[in-house]
Design a protein around this ligand. Structure first.
Ligand code: FES
Length: 134
């Protein structure tokens, strides 16, 4: 009986000793996954300017929105600046909605309603030979 109890005590002690490592792993895993294995899509795009439509065009694969207003082109990151959810464009109201906590952004990416405090992120691009490169 004594041997059995010692065995039980030993395994309990092992679990208790391992607890800080288990908790640290529970914290480190998601942070490490975010930092090193982000689900960031390939955002390289080559698009002739004549194919870019007036208004907002969602680019789902790249998680971007392409905006063309006359000669002005803007590329928005499709992630909400609050906590990173993917936003949705409402073409009837000309606004971006975040389904997570209901932030809203106007067609220029400015915050209309929080909790987001920062405008949508803009993505750098180049135009060369009548072609847009992201
Ligand atoms: S993630 Fe968009 S409002 Fe919170």
């Amino acid at each position: 009986v004594e041997v059995n109890l010692r065995g039980v005590d030993l395994s309990r002690r092992r679990i208790i000793n391992a607890l800080p490592y288990i908790l640290a792993g529970a914290f480190i895993y998601p942070v490490g996954k975010f930092l090193f294995f982000s689900d960031q899509p390939d955002r390289h795009v080559t698009l002739p300017l004549r194919e870019i439509k007036e208004g907002i065009t969602p680019m789902k694969e790249q998680q971007l929105f392409l905006s063309k207003r006359g000669e002005q082109i803007t590329v928005f990151d499709a992630h909400c600046t609050h906590m990173g959810c993917l936003i949705i464009y409402n073409p009837q109201k000309h606004i971006f909605n975040c389904p997570c906590h209901q932030s809203r952004f106007d067609h220029n990416g400015n915050v209309l309603r929080g909790p987001a405090k920062r405008s949508l992120d803009r993505i750098d691009f180049k135009i060369k030979n009548k072609t847009l490169y992201i």
